[in-house]
Design a protein around this ligand. Structure first.
Ligand code: SF4
Length: 65
């Protein structure tokens, strides 16, 4: 399966993929590991709109951890 193209440079993925809430909510599976679903990621939208990534602790849903 094709993953989100930001995965290698995404601060959330790199630093929070092992976080207990992230694991519990399966956010990596629900967003990062599926390119189609990753289009709904709030982080990805912000990066596209502003050209910059949001703070690392913002989840794909927009929630601040
Ligand atoms: S958090 Fe969003 S931008 Fe980052 S890798 Fe996952 S889907 Fe892509």
């Amino acid at each position: 399966m094709e993953m989100c193209e930001n995965i290698s440079q995404c601060g959330f993925f790199l630093n929070f993929k092992g976080n207990s809430e992230v694991l519990q909510k399966s956010w990596i599976k629900l967003f990062c590991e599926d390119k189609t679903k990753s289009e709904k990621c709030e982080r990805k939208k912000i990066r596209k709109q502003t050209g910059k990534p949001p703070i690392d602790n913002m989840a794909p849903t927009g929630k601040i951890l």
